[in-house]
Write a protein that binds this ligand. Structure first.
Ligand code: URQ
Ligand code: ZN
Ligand code: ZN
Length: 480
């Protein structure tokens, strides 16, 4: 398959220039002016458009079994919807139940993802600890291309990792040259606040944000940062939703600690008034954790992106339809947590980021693709329009307009948190490893065409070898 993208402007995280891009056999093979189309090549007219690295969404949960049900979006429909929005790679999560083998969970998720239409990889969650977890983390890094391990500090009684798990897992991760990531909410406090609110008679979704105030997130973010500081392990905090967690990250980064922060498109644009909607279905459709916050926090998060203290954007795409959310009709604690957006992330960020001047086009590329590729060690294979990179490309039409709606999007869920949002600028073509899979409003995807992306450990990228050497140094024995 050969594709020539003609007449566009290449926009990478570090530079912008007019050039044609030639892709062959899944790879970018030539970038230059006035390239000729080899015979048989497909030509994409990119005149007046931007040719950018395909989006990387570092946080999705396709077909996740969670809170007694299974997320409605699967790997085939979810990667297709992602492509319709310009995203060409997702990083999902293999999440073992406590006492379940990490390897077993990893293979289960690998099986589910075989139907994906575009590329994917997995963070593996550490939800419990014993020597077997220690061993299997090594196997996952050495033999299965996993270089990031997730820890849920929330969800007491289910998949919550306490400090003992965090300390053991963080210590093991740096030995292996892996990054640790956390869902930062204090699960004990959430549990207590949920109980108190329910007992007070507040059973509806309006109680959800009250049970997980920003302080609960700020505490956990800071705790994870301090543990990572002592153990010298690089830390990535997912879905930062508030000023408090951003302040914790900013302080650590100002002191030179290697901490990365992710923000969801939803947390930048949706506020907590949704939980006070009189219609249970609308309020419940927005129940996710951490919850959407007030405008004060949204402004802080935008500043976090602009300042570079937040490096990536994601969606935490974890969809549940109205009949599933109804499980919590009489008890907000039972509403399956999760919302969608994998199709809309890039377009809403372009409109509200680049369109408002908050972000340059290059910063947009950095936060939607390149930074995630670097942090999770697949750059420049992914996250770059450069010769030798995978031909994962989005052709972006800055003049195209649309109104986002669940009626027209491709996500397999009956509610879109961006419903009715009018945006300008969206993907006209999406190319996945050299094949045009989205063009002019139509998907051209193939079940199973997606590939698992191996992510090598960081070796010494994070100083792991130095730390291992320090730990290996014989301790001088005082012979008296
Ligand atoms: O916590 C997560 O990231 C998963 C379980 C999705 N749900 C959510 O509310 N964020
Ligand atoms: Zn989470
Ligand atoms: Zn998540």
């Amino acid at each position: 398959m050969t594709v020539l993208i003609k007449g566009g402007t290449v926009v990478n995280a570090d530079q912008t220039y007019a050039a044609d891009v030639l892709c062959s056999n899944g790879t970018i093979v030539e970038i230059g002016e006035n390239l000729d189309a080899p015979s048989g090549a497909t030509t994409v007219d990119a005149g007046g458009q931007y040719v950018m690295p395909g989006g990387i969404d570092p946080h999705t949960h396709m077909e996740l079994p969670f809170m007694g049900t299974v997320a409605s979006e699967d790997f085939e429909s979810g990667t297709a919807a992602a492509a319709a929005g310009g995203t060409t790679m997702i990083i999902d999560f293999a999440i073992p139940n406590p006492q379940q083998s990490l390897l077993e969970a990893y293979h289960t998720w690998r099986g589910w993802a075989e139907k994906a239409v575009a590329d994917y990889t997995f963070h593996v969650a550490v939800t419990w600890w014993d020597d077997s977890v220690h061993e299997e983390m090594g196997t996952l890094v050495r033999e299965h291309g996993v270089n990031s391990f997730k820890h849920f500090m929330a969800y007491k009684g289910a998949i919550m990792a306490d400090d003992e798990v965090l300390v053991n897992s963080f210590s093991r991760a740096i030995e292996l040259g892996a990054v640790v990531t956390v869902h930062a909410e204090n699960g004990e406090l959430v549990y207590r606040l949920q109980q108190a609110l329910f007992d007070s008679g507040m059973t509806g979704p309006e109680a959800h944000p009250l049970s997980r105030p920003p302080e609960v997130e700020g505490e956990a973010a800071n705790r994870a940062i301090r543990i990572a500081e002592v153990l010298k392990v690089p830390l990535y905090i997912v879905h930062n939703s508030c000023r408090q967690s951003l302040e914790a990250i900013t302080r650590a980064r100002n002191e030179g600690q290697r901490v990365f922060g992710e923000v969801l498109a939803g947390h930048l644009l949706i506020d907590d008034s949704v939980y006070r909607h009189p219609d249970f279905e609308v309020a419940a459709a927005h129940v996710m954790s951490p919850p959407f916050r007030s405008k004060e926090h949204q402004d802080a998060l935008w500043r976090g992106l602009q300042s570079g203290n937040l490096q990536t954007t994601a969606t935490d795409h974890c969809c549940f339809c109205a009949d599933q959310k109804a499980a919590g009709k009489d008890d907000f604690r039972l509403i399956p947590n999760g919302t969608g957006g994998v199709e809309n992330r890039m377009e809403v960020l372009w409109h509200h980021g680049v369109g408002t001047g908050r972000l340059t086009m290059n910063e947009f590329v950095a936060v939607t693709s390149t930074n995630a590729a670097k942090i999770f060690n697949v750059y420049p294979r992914k996250g770059s329009v450069s010769v030798g990179a995978d031909a994962d490309i989005v052709v972006w039409d800055p003049e195209a307009t649309k109104t986002i709606s669940t009626k027209t999007d491709h996500q397999k869920v009956d509610y879109n948190i961006f419903e009715g949002m009018e945006i300008k600028g969206c993907a006209s073509h999406t190319i996945s490893r050299g094949k045009v899979i989205w063009a002019d409003g139509k998907l051209n995807v193939e079940r199973g065409a997606g590939r698992y992306v191996d992510r090598p450990p960081f070796a010494d990228y994070y100083g792991a070898l130095k730390i291992q050497a320090e730990r290996a140094k014989p301790v001088p024995v005082d012979r008296g």
